[in-house]
Design a protein around this ligand. Structure first.
Ligand code: PEP
Length: 255
């Protein structure tokens, strides 16, 4: 079930970093470093205001542009929000949904994660759906239960065909931005559980094809070991995606 024939996806999550001018200079530098590397998909998930500048520089390149959130309604009185169609029209291909920072600081729930995922898929975006346990939940021994529940709720009313455009990012909350990485065994163990839950819902073929990323302090030094694990098909990378050299080394590790 955990064949590594899947094509890895290395996605940077810039969070609230980089002005449009900084973003423009950064992606030009990044492109020079990764342009010959064809063994994985490369995505930069940027602040919404950076999207026009970044899509302009990356147009026609192998680096795809992602957003960090999407609203679930198509349009209307939702001040400050951005719809899936707006992202598509701006040249965005991927969107991060349910990041733990959005769950923690912006009231994101399993229900809104599901709604946003459906809206993204309906618009033709690839959804990077984030799930993961807190330190407290890991210490209580309920990681598998928590992650399985988040996954099942995120995937309500999503069919097998749509799963081709879903990436699951396993991001243990205790490892995000803390410098504490899950060991490759810990990360792989949970990614394998995620694949099993996908298999129970959609069957073996969908589970075998599913892209499951690890995220949580992945960096130039630990990426190769994590990405070599049988059930880890890429990374969602925060801090290290803001340094072109480090991100390029992670891309190398996925080749
Ligand atoms: C993230 O933002 O999804 C993330 C994993 O951050 P970091 O790599 O900084 O832990």
């Amino acid at each position: 079930m955990s064949s590594k024939k899947r094509r890895p996806v290395i996605a940077g999550n810039w969070k609230m970093n980089m002005t449009p001018s900084e973003a423009k200079a950064f992606v030009s530098e990044l492109y020079e470093k990764v342009k010959g590397k064809r063994g994985c998909d490369i995505v930069v998930c940027v602040p919404a205001i950076d999207i026009p500048a970044v899509t302009k520089v990356l147009s026609g390149t192998s680096i795809k542009v992602g957003a960090q959130n999407v609203h679930f309604k198509a349009s209307g009185a939702y001040t400050g929000e951005i719809s899936a169609n707006m992202l598509v029209d701006a040249g965005v291909k991927y969107v991060v949904i349910g990041h733990s920072e959005r769950r923690q600081y912006f009231g994101e729930t399993d229900e809104t994660v599901n709604l946003r995922t459906k809206a993204a898929l309906d618009a033709g975006l690839c959804a990077i759906v984030c799930i993961g346990e807190t330190l407290d939940e890991r210490e209580k021994g309920i990681t598998s239960e928590v992650v399985s529940r988040q996954l099942k709720l995120a995937l309500i009313d999503i069919d097998a065909e749509q799963m081709k455009n879903v990436i699951i990012a396993y991001e243990p909350v205790w490892a995000i931005g803390t410098g504490k990485t899950a060991t490759s065994e810990q990360a792989n163990e949970v990614c394998a559980i995620i694949r099993k839950v996908i298999g129970e819902k959609y069957g073996k073929a969908v589970a075998k094809a599913a892209i499951i990323q690890y995220g949580g302090s992945m960096n130039a030094a630990n990426a190769a070991e994590l990405l070599a694990m049988p059930d880890i098909d890429g990374g969602l990378i925060g801090g290290a995606s803001l340094k072109a050299d480090a991100f390029s080394v992670i891309v190398d590790a996925a080749q």
